[in-house]
Design a protein around this ligand. Structure first.
Ligand SMILES: *Cc1c(COP(=O)(O)O)cnc(C)c1O
Length: 356
């Protein structure tokens, strides 16, 4: 039996100068560290940490919900959401590329006994028609369908933005048949900044939604999930059960508050860098690139005579870190990626293709 363990830093490789592996690679800025050092703190587990409470109030307001809860990770948001909403044997509907299906260690089956039915469609999204077609009658034969989950943005779909109209239609159709609606908002604010739609409008109609602070927002850890007061009460039970209750978590929450104040509007810079990267890649003969909508750029160099894994290895030799994901290379722009780095990486890729 093998257990996946990420490779440690390889001493035979040059240091990483340009890191497009993920927006999780951001390091807290000096200003963020100072905000953390200044944070007022208390015992989060008994509701006594003022900075965590402030953050939760901010997120509830931002997402237009009654309440919010701070959790250590986005994965725990998803897991606590399904555990709070579904019962063993229940069916959750989600896209096959969804994080809950492919990247949470089977948590929803292992801990909840839920089955996830894949709803297919291009770019990590499914249509309201596909959703409706997957609904089945409530008889004793079929698993009870209790939740539909979407990912805004759709990560493996290409960082694509679900149109608000589609989200509204799916939420309405779900309400009609009594399904709970859950939004994995690991990169929700990338979507809202790029689309020019407020987060509360984007999540209206969705029972639960969360944002991740450890992705493009640049905090070292933390996620916050919002919903009705009843739902958040249930999530608190699971936060406790799963070991997600913390103590002086205000140190982390201060980084998250700082991110809300300083790192949201600037996500537009990451999107501009992603577009510049995609435009440069598209000019290299043989490289196919998916037009980015946010900060993720998926491309395939196979047509240039070099496969994705070989390209990733060649770039790593030159101090650039990224990886393949589901068969293509994913480059992710973020706080610590400048336009100059994008241009330098494009030059390196041109050299590699020329030598291939
Ligand atoms: C990263 C990610 C998660 C999980 O968030 P963590 O904070 O890494 O646990 C969930 N969904 C999507 C779409 C993600 O990209």
């Amino acid at each position: 039996m093998t257990t996946y363990t990420p490779a440690p830093r390889d001493p035979n490789q040059p240091p990483v100068r340009i890191n497009l592996l993920s927006d999780t690679q951001t390091r807290p800025t000096q200003a963020m560290r100072e905000a953390m050092a200044r944070a007022e703190v208390g015992d989060e587990q008994i509701g006594d940490d003022p900075t965590v409470n402030l953050l939760c109030a901010r997120v509830a307001e931002l997402l237009g919900k009654e309440a919010a809860v701070f959790l250590p990770s986005g994965t725990m948001c998803n897991v606590a959401a399904t555990l709070s909403t579904c019962r063993p044997g229940d069916e959750i509907l989600a896209h096959p590329t969804a994080h809950i299906l492919s990247r949470e260690g089977g948590a929803h089956a292992a801990l909840g006994g839920f089955q996830i039915t894949a709803l297919h469609g291009p770019n990590g999204q499914f249509s309201v028609e596909t959703f409706r077609a997957a609904l089945h009658p409530r008889t004793r034969y079929e698993p009870p369908q209790t939740m539909v989950s979407v990912e805004q943005t759709a990560n493996i779909g290409g960082g694509t933005i679900w149109p608000k109209s589609v989200l509204d239609d799916i939420a309405e159709a779900a309400k009609d048949v009594g399904l709970a609606t859950h939004m994995d908002g690991a990169r929700l604010l990338n979507a809202t900044v790029a689309a020019g739609i407020s987060p509360r409008a984007m999540t209206a109609g969705w029972d639960s939604a969360w944002i991740d602070f450890s992705k493009g927002l640049g905090a070292p850890a933390g996620a916050a999930m919002a919903g009705s007061r009843d739902f958040i009460d249930q999530v608190w039970r699971w936060k406790q059960r799963l070991g997600g209750s913390m103590r002086q978590a205000g140190i982390i929450a201060a980084a998250c508050v700082h991110a809300l104040d300083h790192h949201v509007e600037r996500l537009a810079d990451d999107h501009a860098n992603a577009r510049a990267l995609a435009a440069g890649l598209a000019q290299i003969p043989g490289i196919t690139v998916q037009q980015p909508e946010t900060n993720l750029v998926f491309f395939d160099p196979a047509g240039a005579g070099i496969d994705g894994a070989a390209m990733v290895a060649a770039l790593r030799q030159r101090g650039v870190l990224l990886a393949t994901m589901d068969g293509r290379i994913r480059a992710c722009t973020h706080l610590d990626v400048t336009r100059a780095m994008v241009d330098e990486m494009l030059g390196l890729i041109r050299d590699i293709v020329r030598g291939a």
